[in-house]
Write a protein that binds this ligand. Structure first.
Ligand SMILES: Cc1cc2nc3c(=O)[nH]c(=O)nc-3n(C[C@H](O)[C@H](O)[C@H](O)COP(=O)(O)OP(=O)(O)OC[C@H]3O[C@@H](n4cnc5c(N)ncnc54)[C@H](O)[C@@H]3O)c2cc1C
Length: 261
């Protein structure tokens, strides 16, 4: 049976685009269906979030030829300080002691997402964008996928469909794959601060009764903050008018910090 593609990936976020780039040398006919335009993806406030990439992830991105284009935008983590509120012990990890150049790197999601999307555009990977997966029928040797491009319906077939369409995955829903959600009653407040002292490439993680607090070193002596609070505390600390809520992440981006603490 003829198929339009060997592999159809629903979702052109980090997971979908990196998978396509990892497989691009295989000779497989690959297509990505992405619902948002490049501009919408670039303008999303969720792009401001800082991602901490472990040294192993950086190695993998290097192997895929991705890291070389973004390394300059990333900040190295040289030391990590982990503590538990109310407890005496601390863990300190050091790149120097581990004999590695860095324990990890911090980069904004926008920087890495934009670069990965550019590499996909420059490759042979077919990009169906903006288009949304709205239906699918899986057979024994192919999957037929219904797409919507604006109001225009489109049908494509592939040997394999990968659902990389995020936390609210349409592919999961269409295949009726059960989802179990555990409500932690926590909200992460995410913002960036500048300290008067240099961060010296140290990342801090502190476990507290209301959840972890992380400080990640980023460029220009700024630190990205991820502050997990109970959902009631987060509401009180940061009124709805001063925040952007990222529905798929249960995360709030705060547009100003000084009045918050
Ligand atoms: C505050 C915060 C901090 C984080 N820190 C880290 C970190 O330090 N390190 C780390 O590794 N990770 C971190 N993460 C997690 C990381 O950001 C996510 O895991 C990752 O971005 C998810 O990528 P994805 O491609 O799976 O999903 P998404 O980025 O959600 O991409 C899914 C894509 O699918 C598209 N789509 C959706 N539905 C359809 C449809 N029906 N048809 C076609 N396309 C569709 C969407 O438009 C979207 O582009 C953090 C997240 C947050 C919120």
């Amino acid at each position: 049976m003829q198929h339009d593609y060997d592999l159809l990936i629903a979702g052109g976020g980090l997971a979908g685009n990196c998978l396509a780039l990892a497989l691009k040398q295989t000779g497989l006919r690959i297509a990505i269906v992405e619902a948002s335009t490049r501009e919408q993806q670039q303008d999303s406030p969720a792009g401001d979030r800082a991602l901490a990439l472990a040294a192993g992830t950086v190695k993998m991105l290097e192997t895929l030829g991705i890291w070389q284009g973004i390394s300059r935008a990333a900040t190295a983590i040289k030391d990590i300080h982990i503590s538990d509120q109310g407890h005496f012990g601390k863990v300190r990890l050091s790149a120097q002691k581990e004999n590695v150049e860095a324990l990890g790197h911090v980069i904004t999601a926008r920087d890495i997402e934009a670069h990965v999307a550019k590499l996909v555009t420059e490759s042979d990977i077919k990009l169906l964008c903006p288009a949304r997966v709205v239906g699918l029928m899986a057979g024994s040797d192919a999957v037929n996928v219904n797409l919507k491009r604006g109001d225009e319906p489109l049908s494509v077939s592939a040997k394999l469909l990968v659902g990389a369409d995020g936390g609210n995955s349409s592919v999961r829903k269409l295949l009726e794959i059960a989802q179990h959600t555990t409500e932690y009653g926590q909200t992460a407040l995410v913002t960036t601060v500048k300290s008067s002292l240099p961060h010296k490439n140290v990342a801090f993680e502190r476990f507290t009764a209301s959840g972890p607090l992380a400080l990640l070193p980023v460029a220009d002596n700024h630190c990205a903050v991820v502050w997990t609070r109970s959902s009631e505390d987060a509401d009180a600390l940061c009124p709805a008018t001063r925040r952007t809520f990222w529905p798929n992440f249960n995360t709030v981006s705060v547009t100003g910090w000084a009045n918050l603490v």
